[in-house]
Each structure stands twice: as structure tokens, then as C-alpha cells.
Design a protein around this ligand. Sequence first.
Ligand SMILES: [Fe+2]
Length: 185
Amino acid sequence: MTQTTGTFTRMDESTAEQWGVIVQETFAHQDRVAESVLGMLRSLAGITDGFAVDQLTHSLQTATRAERAGADDELVVAALCHDIGKAVSVPNHPRISAEILRPYVRDDVHWMIQVHQDFQGRHYYAHLGADPNARDQHRGHEAYALAERFADEWDQRAFDPDYDTLPLEHFEPRVRAVFGSPKSF
Ligand SMILES: [Fe+2]
């Protein structure tokens, strides 16, 4: 156990000065977020579950395709992290991934990740007895075209073991930059 001496032991006895220290310390250690994200991404190498490639390769390939299509840094990092929730739980992975990204990317990019499975469903839901047109519920959303492009051009095509997928090291500086500065809390 590590501890800080001279500070409160229950919140209702805390002071503004003590909270000033906590905020300062939290900002000073912001780089641990990128380290956690990179660790979670690496752990995806252990998940294959019947796909042609493991989930880290799939994530890297999605980001590689986004980068080669001219996507900006936030979009590329979001593409890299779109399935990171699978490191915790596959059924609700889109929302876990989206929530991890939420303070660090613009709203349309966050939404694109949150709903990505509804768009991806076009390409496989019929095989599972689900509605392949699940994306239709989002028609009219201002980021609909972006989510469509993400699913159709980058995500659903990123299961090719022969594609020249860029390594995680290639994306690391952008992961550290994007997760280094939250836009919101
Ligand atoms: Fe994916």
C-alpha cells in the first residue's frame, strides 16, 4: 500500500488545498492512461476466437487502413482502440471502447466507436439471425457517413493475415499524444 501522509481520511473532512494537490498529482500522472491503453491493446494479441487474425492484428489493420485513407490522428487512434473493450468483455465492447476514448476525442469520433457494431452488422448479422440493417436506426445522425466509412472501408476489411499491417510501435506516439490531454472529464 502506498499512501500520502497529512491528508484527509474521509472526503467530508477534505480541504481545497488538499484537492489542489490531488488535481495537480493526477495531471502529473496523465501519461499512465496511454500506458494502460497500450497494455490493453497488447493483451488483444491473446484473443483470436475463430477469426483469421488475433484482435491486436485486427485493431492495427483497422488503424493502418484508416491512416492510409488519410484519417487524422484522433480517427486513427480511435480506429486502433475501437475494439479495446474486448480486453474486458466482448458483448458490450463497443461502449467500453467508446467510453475509454470519450474524454480524448471529438464527439463524432466517440459516437462512431459507440455504434460501430450496428454499422458492422451489415456484413454479418444475417448469419446470426440479427438485423443487418441495424445501422438504419442512426439515419440522420450527423456522423452517420463517418460511421459508415469506418465500418465498411476500414473495420470489416481488417481481418487479412496477408495485409501489410503497421506495428503498434508505429502508432504509439499518437496514442501517447491523444491520451495525454483530456478535453473533458
Ligand atoms: Fe473491429
